[in-house]
Ligand binder design. Structure first.
Ligand code: IMP
Length: 191
């Protein structure tokens, strides 16, 4: 067993983009804004976009709870990069909502928006479900999203166009448990 400070993943990370403290502060800040915007709403449905957004959704839900916003959790999964580090542009629904969201206020929770292809597809899909409102919160946004993605209501961090892992984000199923967001050394995914 490795001791503290000698985690197996450390040598795979080029640099840290958002520390656990920065993420926690940003999540609290976003939750405060969301609580303010939804103060007159009876219930907010958080739609967690699996798998990457599970960590952010858990922390955001608890921050909203601390601010007195009643939330319901729903999970959707669309296919993303698979094992490649660039978007294939192909989106497929792997897991649908478990409840009817008609008349509900929905906040889609994303980990990262790059081209926005996945999100555009999901929003179109949700539009057909007659929600009272559909907004988006993303922890991370890459530059391409500013040009091509659908409007993002709440954005945590703008990051450069590099492949990042941690805080829920993976490469080939690994690094989701890393407590920060870090740039993966390119030699890891190019070999
Ligand atoms: P988009 O459709 O190009 O916006 O890509 C969205 C999805 O691709 C995200 O929800 C992630 O699952 C994945 N993705 C995009 N960039 C990264 C990254 O830097 N690291 C890990 N996953 C990423």
């Amino acid at each position: 067993m490795g001791g503290a400070g000698s985690s197996w993943y450390e040598s795979d990370i080029e640099r840290i983009v958002a520390t656990p403290e920065q993420i926690a502060d940003k999540t609290a800040e976003l939750a405060a804004q969301i609580a303010e915007d939804y103060r007159s709403v009876d219930e907010l449905v958080l739609v967690c976009v699996l798998t990457g957004a599970f960590v952010f959704t858990a922390d955001l839900a608890r921050e909203l709870g601390r601010r007195g916003v009643p939330v319901q959790l729903e999970f959707m999964q669309a296919s993303s990069y698979g094992q490649a580090a660039t978007s294939s542009g192909v989106v497929r629904l792997r897991k649908d909502l478990d409840r009817d969201i008609s008349g509900a206020h929905v906040l889609v929770v994303e980990d990262i928006v790059d081209t926005g292809l996945t999100l555009s597809w999901l929003l179109k899909y949700l539009e057909g479900r007659s929600a009272a409102s559909v907004e988006v919160v993303t922890l991370l946004r890459k530059p391409a999203a500013i040009r091509s993605a659908p409007p993002l209501t709440y954005v945590g961090f703008d990051i450069p166009s590099e492949f990042v892992v941690g805080y829920g984000l993976d490469y080939a199923g690994k690094y989701r448990e890393v407590p920060y967001v870090g740039v993966l050394k390119p030699q890891i995914y190019s070999r």
